[in-house]
Design a protein around this ligand. Structure first.
Ligand code: DGL
Length: 291
């Protein structure tokens, strides 16, 4: 199987670089992709961004594989037709570890995926005890297992499938704080001590929602670890494909938000989105069909 870490596109980089004021669509099941949007926007502040959260289907972690592939293809069909992006970032590990081949087959638009940062984790660890914190879907993927076999053969990787953490991150941004005990319980299995005294020193944040909670995770960790967030690497991959800010660019870009149901849009969330430069938020209703 092809392991393609910041899975780029088959389209030639030179063709993409010619796109002035590129339109970049950043997509997630909900709000987690905001962590990737922030990093990409720092790298290409001149671009035009559309952030889409498929909140009608959140959380993706609970969907079966066939249902998730079908859902992402359906939503992307609409989004690509409406927004005509130059590049799409699938800012969701749960989707990227499964759906990228089908997306690349269906669309000519280049897709950049976010997949668990196993390689940098294996390079960073000293104790060789690494934990991968992700949704149950990402943990179960053969793609994830293949990444571990390819890049972390010398490490013991503890897979932690969290049922609630993505929802907690959504709740926090929507103005409903989650208590420390609940958060600590979600991350506790990441912290492993071996009989020889070695303990986990690196945790992969393999769900884009989790960096939204990072300051609290750091505070609640039983001991300090390196938390690996793949977002900066994704931003570098996007720049590789579309090029750096052109010298002639003198206008800041723009960011628009859209959600497929909008039920997540509380006032505190609108305020949080505005603070991230997403003042304008639309509903592009794409209901989840009953399974
Ligand atoms: N943000 C998504 C990810 O990176 C997952 C959240 C969900 O379960 O929808 O995996």
């Amino acid at each position: 199987m092809r392991i393609d870490l910041m899975a780029g596109a088959s389209l030639s980089a030179a063709a993409l670089r010619s796109a002035a004021e590129p339109t970049i669509l950043v997509f997630d099941s909900g709000l987690g992709g905001l962590t990737v949007l922030d990093a990409v926007r720092r790298a290409r502040p001149d671009a035009r961004y559309i952030y889409v959260g498929d909140d009608a289907a959140f959380p993706y972690g609970r969907l079966g594989e066939a249902a998730l592939v079908a859902r992402v293809l359906t939503v992307m069909e609409r989004l690509v037709a409406t927004h005509r992006p130059d590049l799409v970032v699938i800012a969701c590990n749960t989707a990227s570890t499964l759906v990228l081949p089908a997306l690349r087959q269906r669309f000519t638009t280049p897709f950049v995926g976010v997949v668990p940062p196993i390689k940098p984790a294996a390079e960073a660890t000293r104790s060789r005890l690494v934990s991968l914190l992700a949704t149950p879907g990402t943990v179960a993927r053969s793609y994830t297992r293949d990444l571990i076999a390819t890049y972390a053969g010398a490490c013991t990787v503890t897979l932690v499938g969290s049922r609630n953490l993505a929802g907690y991150a959504e709740a926090e941004l929507a103005g409903v704080p989650v208590d420390d005990v609940a958060l600590a319980a979600e991350i506790a299995p990441c912290f492993v001590t071996e009989a020889d005294g070695r303990r986990t020193d690196v945790v992969c944040l393999a769900c884009t929602h989790y960096p939204l909670l990072l300051p609290r995770l750091e505070r609640l960790a039983p001991w300090p670890v390196a938390w690996i967030d793949p977002a900066p690497a994704i931003a570098r991959r996007v720049v590789q494909l579309i090029g750096p800010v052109p010298r002639e660019a003198d206008q800041p870009g723009s960011t628009h938000g859209a959600f497929t149901s909008g039920t997540c849009l509380t006032d505190p969330l609108r305020t949080a989105l505005a603070a991230r430069g997403i003042g304008e938020v639309a509903i592009e209703a794409i209901p989840l069909p009953l399974q």
